[in-house]
Design a protein. Structure first.
Length: 324
């Protein structure tokens, strides 16, 4: 409900009522701001991109247009931003994938720490592991035992190369000593569809994508990759409780701009998103979707992303991963 309400409220971004009152300064002027989302409509990335666009118009008087530039596991939309002028009129609303893309995709020829300007991190969500409802296993221990006994019966879906779930799956194989065959999809929805039908058997993906399906019984939640259980799914154990201590992964979402975008513009977007993510109504809406608002300075986000890249690089090296 939240996603539909938010998209309606944004009015496709650019249709909010009332005449705009432009903020003082050079940016923004009457020129439209493009918010490029490298993922399909309906995903959390898209929802947060439309929220950004709506707030740019509401608070800064800008005209903002969200463009879903999909393809290449997020690379198509990212490249569009990398090649855009650094004038504040092209922004990237993406996720974890942006930080690790060059580590997993052969065609990603950029450095996320130097070729993009970080503006803000907006939200995060723990990952959850689910098993198809067509399988009899009820616990993580039962799944691991079954995979070891009959490995050919098991495939694990990957919603996208370079996603947090992809890295979490690599770590799951490494920690358990399994060699689950990974089936790559173009997004969570097709991966979840095949999981529910039994074409694949396992999936690790953000909790807001999978917990609703678990509530319907179409998949069964085995564990949440967080330090604590979710208040929205208190019966789902943490992965640590299920037998993998310290197994914690999250997907997170943020805003970037082309390299060289003025620091003043980056700071204004950061302040705008921090203000938005502190609003009690927004906190409540995101929480119902198992999304946790994030309020960080640009420097804090840079340090966080640097740590994420280091962790991903070390994990991929440990399994001799080669970019695809």
């Amino acid at each position: 409900m939240f996603r539909r309400d938010l998209i309606r409220a944004a009015g496709a971004v650019g249709l909010l009522a009332g005449p705009p009152v432009h903020a003082q300064g050079v940016w923004p002027t009457g020129k439209p701001i493009r918010v490029i989302c490298p993922w399909p409509p309906g995903a959390a990335n898209d929802t947060l991109a439309r929220l950004l666009g709506a707030r740019l118009q509401e608070k800064l008087g800008a005209t903002a247009v969200v463009e879903n530039r999909t393809g290449g596991a997020g690379l198509v939309g990212t490249n569009a931003v990398l090649q855009a002028p650094a004038d504040g009129y092209t922004l990237l609303a993406s996720a974890f994938n942006t930080a690790v893309m060059p580590l997993v995709l052969r065609g990603a020829n950029f450095d996320p720490q130097t070729d993009l300007e970080v503006m803000a991190r907006t939200a995060r969500a723990p990952l959850v592991m689910v098993v198809s409802g067509t399988r009899p296993e009820k616990t993580l221990a039962e799944v691991i035992a079954s995979v070891k006994a009959r490995p050919r019966e098991w495939n694990i879906a990957i919603s996208s190369l370079g996603s947090a779930g992809h890295l979490a799956t690599i770590e799951f194989n490494r920690r358990t000593g399994l060699d689950l065959n990974m089936v790559n999809y173009r997004g969570t929805q097709p991966a979840l569809t095949d999981l529910m039908s039994g074409s694949t058997q396992l999936l690790i993906d953000p909790s807001f994508n999978l917990l609703p399906a678990a509530g319907d019984g179409k998949v069964r939640a085995l564990g949440i990759a967080a330090a604590e259980r979710s208040s929205l799914a208190p019966d789902v154990p943490t992965m640590g409780e299920a037998g993998l201590p310290g197994y914690e992964f999250q997907s997170w979402y943020g805003v970037w701009a082309p390299k060289g975008t003025p620091a003043e513009i980056c700071s204004r977007v950061n302040a705008l998103m921090q203000e938005t993510m502190r609003e009690p109504a927004m906190v409540q809406r995101l929480t119902t979707q198992v999304l946790e608002p994030v309020t960080e300075s640009i420097e804090e986000t840079k340090r966080f992303i640097g740590a994420e890249i280091t962790r991903a690089r070390e994990l991929l090296r440990s399994v001799n991963y080669q970019p695809e």
